[in-house]
Design a protein around this ligand. Structure first.
Ligand code: RP5
Length: 166
Protein backbone atom coordinates (compact mmCIF):
# COMPACT_ATOMS: atom_id res chain seq x y z
CA UNK A 1 0.00 0.00 0.00
CA UNK A 2 1.30 3.48 -0.93
CA UNK A 3 2.60 5.35 2.08
CA UNK A 4 0.95 8.57 0.90
CA UNK A 5 -2.77 9.20 1.31
CA UNK A 6 -5.08 11.05 -1.04
CA UNK A 7 -6.95 13.93 0.55
CA UNK A 8 -10.45 14.47 -0.80
CA UNK A 9 -12.32 17.68 -0.08
CA UNK A 10 -15.83 18.55 -1.29
CA UNK A 11 -17.56 21.89 -0.99
CA UNK A 12 -20.85 20.38 0.16
CA UNK A 13 -22.28 17.00 0.97
CA UNK A 14 -24.40 17.50 -2.15
CA UNK A 15 -21.16 16.74 -4.07
CA UNK A 16 -20.99 13.28 -2.48
CA UNK A 17 -22.27 11.24 -5.48
CA UNK A 18 -19.32 12.51 -7.53
CA UNK A 19 -16.83 12.07 -4.70
CA UNK A 20 -17.98 8.50 -4.04
CA UNK A 21 -16.82 7.55 -7.55
CA UNK A 22 -13.35 8.80 -6.65
CA UNK A 23 -13.32 7.02 -3.29
CA UNK A 24 -14.43 3.72 -4.86
CA UNK A 25 -11.72 3.93 -7.52
CA UNK A 26 -9.02 4.67 -4.95
CA UNK A 27 -10.23 1.73 -2.85
CA UNK A 28 -10.03 -0.58 -5.88
CA UNK A 29 -6.39 0.41 -6.15
CA UNK A 30 -5.71 0.00 -2.43
CA UNK A 31 -4.95 3.69 -1.91
CA UNK A 32 -5.86 5.22 1.43
CA UNK A 33 -7.91 8.40 1.39
CA UNK A 34 -9.32 10.85 3.88
CA UNK A 35 -12.50 12.69 2.92
CA UNK A 36 -13.85 16.00 4.23
CA UNK A 37 -16.53 18.59 3.58
CA UNK A 38 -14.75 21.96 3.58
CA UNK A 39 -16.00 24.89 1.57
CA UNK A 40 -13.91 27.70 0.09
CA UNK A 41 -16.77 30.04 0.92
CA UNK A 42 -18.61 28.66 3.93
CA UNK A 43 -15.64 27.28 5.90
CA UNK A 44 -12.57 28.92 4.35
CA UNK A 45 -10.47 28.64 7.53
CA UNK A 46 -10.88 24.86 7.70
CA UNK A 47 -10.20 24.43 3.98
CA UNK A 48 -7.00 26.49 4.20
CA UNK A 49 -5.83 24.78 7.37
CA UNK A 50 -6.31 21.32 5.83
CA UNK A 51 -4.31 22.32 2.76
CA UNK A 52 -1.49 23.91 4.76
CA UNK A 53 -1.07 20.80 6.91
CA UNK A 54 -1.59 18.23 4.17
CA UNK A 55 2.05 17.51 3.30
CA UNK A 56 3.15 16.99 6.90
CA UNK A 57 0.01 14.93 7.54
CA UNK A 58 1.02 12.31 4.98
CA UNK A 59 -0.95 13.30 1.91
CA UNK A 60 0.59 13.06 -1.55
CA UNK A 61 -2.23 14.51 -3.65
CA UNK A 62 -5.45 16.40 -2.94
CA UNK A 63 -8.69 16.08 -4.89
CA UNK A 64 -11.11 18.98 -4.52
CA UNK A 65 -14.70 18.69 -5.78
CA UNK A 66 -17.06 21.65 -5.94
CA UNK A 67 -19.90 23.08 -7.95
CA UNK A 68 -21.29 26.49 -8.94
CA UNK A 69 -18.67 29.26 -8.34
CA UNK A 70 -16.20 26.48 -7.62
CA UNK A 71 -13.19 28.07 -5.95
CA UNK A 72 -12.37 25.16 -3.66
CA UNK A 73 -9.63 23.52 -5.74
CA UNK A 74 -7.94 26.87 -6.31
CA UNK A 75 -8.22 27.84 -2.65
CA UNK A 76 -6.68 24.50 -1.64
CA UNK A 77 -3.92 24.88 -4.24
CA UNK A 78 -3.15 28.36 -2.92
CA UNK A 79 -2.24 26.80 0.42
CA UNK A 80 -0.06 23.83 -0.61
CA UNK A 81 2.47 22.79 -3.22
CA UNK A 82 1.07 19.26 -3.29
CA UNK A 83 -0.60 18.47 -6.63
CA UNK A 84 -4.29 19.45 -6.56
CA UNK A 85 -6.87 17.85 -8.83
CA UNK A 86 -10.12 19.75 -9.29
CA UNK A 87 -13.46 18.10 -10.06
CA UNK A 88 -16.04 20.57 -11.32
CA UNK A 89 -19.45 19.34 -10.13
CA UNK A 90 -22.61 19.88 -12.10
CA UNK A 91 -25.04 22.13 -10.25
CA UNK A 92 -28.74 22.87 -10.70
CA UNK A 93 -28.16 25.36 -13.53
CA UNK A 94 -25.61 25.91 -16.34
CA UNK A 95 -24.78 22.18 -16.71
CA UNK A 96 -21.50 22.47 -14.77
CA UNK A 97 -19.97 25.04 -17.13
CA UNK A 98 -19.86 27.46 -14.18
CA UNK A 99 -17.84 25.04 -12.06
CA UNK A 100 -15.67 23.92 -14.99
CA UNK A 101 -14.51 27.44 -15.79
CA UNK A 102 -14.12 28.40 -12.12
CA UNK A 103 -11.92 25.35 -11.54
CA UNK A 104 -9.85 25.24 -14.71
CA UNK A 105 -9.09 28.93 -15.27
CA UNK A 106 -6.38 29.29 -12.64
CA UNK A 107 -3.92 32.18 -12.91
CA UNK A 108 -0.24 31.43 -13.54
CA UNK A 109 1.59 30.28 -10.42
CA UNK A 110 -1.16 28.23 -8.76
CA UNK A 111 -2.00 25.19 -10.91
CA UNK A 112 -5.05 22.95 -10.59
CA UNK A 113 -5.26 19.81 -12.74
CA UNK A 114 -8.90 19.86 -13.74
CA UNK A 115 -10.80 16.75 -14.84
CA UNK A 116 -14.14 16.57 -16.63
CA UNK A 117 -17.40 17.78 -15.08
CA UNK A 118 -18.37 15.14 -12.48
CA UNK A 119 -15.12 13.28 -13.33
CA UNK A 120 -14.66 11.46 -10.06
CA UNK A 121 -13.14 8.33 -11.56
CA UNK A 122 -10.52 10.19 -13.58
CA UNK A 123 -9.64 12.37 -10.58
CA UNK A 124 -8.84 9.22 -8.62
CA UNK A 125 -6.92 7.66 -11.50
CA UNK A 126 -4.86 10.81 -11.97
CA UNK A 127 -4.14 10.91 -8.25
CA UNK A 128 -3.05 7.28 -8.44
CA UNK A 129 -0.83 7.95 -11.43
CA UNK A 130 0.87 10.79 -9.53
CA UNK A 131 1.52 8.49 -6.55
CA UNK A 132 2.70 5.75 -8.92
CA UNK A 133 5.60 7.89 -10.14
CA UNK A 134 7.66 6.36 -7.34
CA UNK A 135 5.57 3.26 -6.60
CA UNK A 136 6.03 0.38 -9.05
CA UNK A 137 3.45 -1.85 -7.38
CA UNK A 138 0.81 0.83 -7.80
CA UNK A 139 1.89 1.39 -11.42
CA UNK A 140 1.37 -2.34 -12.05
CA UNK A 141 -2.15 -2.13 -10.56
CA UNK A 142 -2.92 0.76 -12.90
CA UNK A 143 -1.68 -1.30 -15.86
CA UNK A 144 -3.92 -4.18 -14.78
CA UNK A 145 -6.92 -1.88 -14.43
CA UNK A 146 -6.41 -0.54 -17.95
CA UNK A 147 -6.03 -4.04 -19.35
CA UNK A 148 -9.31 -5.08 -17.69
CA UNK A 149 -11.07 -2.01 -19.08
CA UNK A 150 -9.74 -2.73 -22.57
CA UNK A 151 -10.87 -6.36 -22.34
CA UNK A 152 -14.36 -5.21 -21.36
CA UNK A 153 -14.52 -2.91 -24.40
CA UNK A 154 -13.30 -5.68 -26.71
CA UNK A 155 -15.96 -8.03 -25.33
CA UNK A 156 -18.61 -5.41 -26.15
CA UNK A 157 -17.13 -5.04 -29.63
CA UNK A 158 -17.31 -8.80 -30.20
CA UNK A 159 -20.95 -8.92 -29.05
CA UNK A 160 -22.14 -5.93 -31.06
CA UNK A 161 -20.14 -6.90 -34.11
CA UNK A 162 -21.63 -10.40 -34.03
CA UNK A 163 -25.16 -9.04 -33.68
CA UNK A 164 -25.04 -6.17 -36.13
CA UNK A 165 -22.72 -7.22 -38.93
CA UNK A 166 -23.85 -8.98 -42.15
C1 RP5 B 1 -20.59 24.47 -3.81
O1 RP5 B 1 -21.91 24.86 -3.94
C2 RP5 B 1 -20.63 23.02 -3.44
O2 RP5 B 1 -19.45 22.41 -3.86
C3 RP5 B 1 -21.84 22.51 -4.15
O3 RP5 B 1 -21.50 21.89 -5.39
C4 RP5 B 1 -22.65 23.76 -4.41
C5 RP5 B 1 -24.01 23.76 -3.76
O4 RP5 B 1 -23.87 23.46 -2.40
P1 RP5 B 1 -25.17 23.16 -1.52
O5 RP5 B 1 -26.01 24.38 -1.58
O6 RP5 B 1 -25.83 21.95 -2.14
O7 RP5 B 1 -24.65 22.86 -0.12
O8 RP5 B 1 -19.93 25.22 -2.85
Amino acid sequence: MNEKKVGIVMGSDSDLPVVEKAVNTLRQLGIRCETHVYSAHRTPAEAGSFARGARENGFGVIIAAAGMAAHLAGAIAANTTLPVIGIPCKGPTLDGIDALLSTVQMPSGIPVATVAVNGGVNAALLAAQILAVNDEALAAKLDDMRAEAAAAVLAKDAKISAELSD
